[in-house]
Design a binder for this molecule. Structure first.
Ligand code: NAD
Length: 436
């Protein structure tokens, strides 16, 4: 008997093939998770007993792309505010549990992000489980994978709307778009919103300004900021920080080219650069006022939190806390003000999620997220979260999740809880048999 949870993705694919399963789903029904196939009951048992990542996800759908032994997934967490929206991650995982947990956590995170941003979208996330045996650099292979993913998304009738995320490129999204209308972040040449990184950096800056106001009763002027990761968002954030007259930025990256680019771009500014390696966490011990994680997730854990020499953590990277509950609490106990990532990195989804409603130069609908006059702007929600956290004695991450959860149950003013209706109809019409 295969231990499905601990099996490698390849073993899991072989298990599916040997049982003749091409499409499968898990839905939340009558207070428990149910699977499309009895053979997958052990995974239902895992979902039903898990207290960390599973949270009554409305629907989890998978299809096997047999040509490459790749699993294509869509996780729909909660759709009261609208269809589940969030990007698709193309990533390799060690075990089945790893990719299931990633999808569960990320789709829940999108529910929180979209709700706190006041968007009429629910939470969803795509996961394509990479097969290390295929050559991901081959443009023809990628085209087939992402066109196939587009067909899979179409089959879900719009309960999930996909977009770009880690491991996917604008070309991949263009390929998805050839097979489905349920995708955003499509290339500008076909009416999409393009790269959101600059907007994301602006959102993070608003969060930092609110946190500095709360913590220091001051602006960012004269502060020292450490930026981990000088990629699309990090580099733009550094530019904005110098505009705000910070005293110094310490920027790190693992690629010498990123370091050189930053040195050239900010010659004449007080930028110190550090070439790091992937598992080197020494940067976190650097003394600063604000630490901005803009590289990868999971960097804050008991070992690194202990080292931190900052007063505020506020950055773009998704899922900065290795364990959302434990590490939020640890930071709170150390009196380090943690500004939840899903609160400040919303501009990526704000930028793309309403693409079909057209464009306005200097769009007021987007700009209000970055000003101080709208209750749900990044600045105001950050201040509100930090104040509530202090008043209630609860860590900011938990406080933000509580606020987001409350908003996430509000129903879409026109369509109500339509995502759930779509899922119900997929199940009633035996979606899982259509791929056979
Ligand atoms: P990116 O890939 O362009 O940049 C990440 C940079 O971090 C790269 O230059 C990489 O070399 C560097 N890096 C990786 N590991 C590192 C380490 N250990 N130490 C130092 N540097 C390291 O990605 P991005 O678009 O700038 O996004 C940054 C983060 O923000 C990601 O976690 C992403 O998921 C998140 N995010 C981005 C957006 C957006 O609009 N781009 C929106 C929301 C969230």
């Amino acid at each position: 008997m295969v231990n499905l949870l601990q099996s490698s993705p390849d073993e899991f694919v072989q298990f599916l093939k040997s049982n003749g399963i091409k499409r499968f789903y898990f839905i939340h029904n009558e207070n428990e998770c149910r699977a499309s196939h009895p053979e997958l009951q052990p995974l239902c048992d895992f979902f039903n007993s898990d207290k960390r990542d599973y949270e009554q996800h409305e629907g989890i759908f998978f299809e096997l792309l047999e040509e490459y032994d790749i699993l294509q997934g869509a996780f729909v967490h909660r759709t009261c505010r609208g269809q589940g929206a969030g990007g698709t991650r193309f990533w390799s995982y060690d075990t089945t549990e790893d990719f299931l947990r990633d999808g569960l956590r990320l789709s829940k995170g999108m529910t929180h992000k979209n709700a706190l941003a006041g968007l009429w979208w629910g939470g969803g996330k795509g996961v394509i489980v990479d097969n290390p045996k295929i050559d991901k650099r081959d443009a023809g292979v990628r085209e087939k994978i992402f066109q196939s993913y587009g067909k899979f998304i179409t089959s879900l009738n719009g309960c999930y709307i996909t977009a770009e995320d880690v491991g996917t490129t604008p070309t991949d999204i263009g390929n998805i778009f050839t097979k489905t209308r349920f995708v955003t972040c499509i290339p500008p040449g076909v009416g999409g919103s393009g790269n959101p990184s600059s907007a994301t950096a602006k959102g993070v800056l608003c969060g930092m300004e609110a946190a500095a106001e709360f913590r220091f009763k001051e602006s960012l002027e004269g502060k020292t900021v450490v930026v981990q990761g000088m990629g699309h968002v990090g580099i733009e954030l550094i530019r904005l920080l110098f505009e705000k007259k910070v005293a110094k930025v310490i920027g790190s990256d693992i690629f010498p080219e990123s370091i050189e680019r930053a040195q050239q771009q900010f010659a004449g500014h007080n930028l110190e650069t550090i070439l790091s390696s992937k598992n080197d966490n020494s940067l976190l011990a650097t003394e600063c006022d604000i630490f901005a994680p803009c590289a990868t997730g999971g960097i804050l854990c008991p070992e690194t939190i202990e080292k931190l020499n900052t007063k505020i953590v506020c950055g773009a990277a998704n899922n900065q806390l290795e364990d959302a509950t434990r590490d939020d609490k640890l930071l709170f106990e150390r009196k380090i003000y943690y500004v939840p990532d899903f609160l400040v990195n919303r501009m990526g989804i704000v930028n793309c999620s309403n693409e079909q409603y057209g464009y306005i130069n200097e769009d007021p609908f987007s700009k209000r997220h970055l000003d101080k006059n709208w209750d749900q702007s990044v600045y105001n929600m950050t201040l509100k979260t930090l104040k509530l956290a202090e008043e209630n004695g609860t860590p900011p991450g938990q406080t933000a999740v509580e606020l987001a959860t409350e908003f996430s149950f509000e129903q879409h003013p026109i369509f109500g809880h339509r995502g759930q209706q779509i899922i119900d109809s997929l199940v009633k019409n035996e979606w899982h048999r259509k791929g056979e």
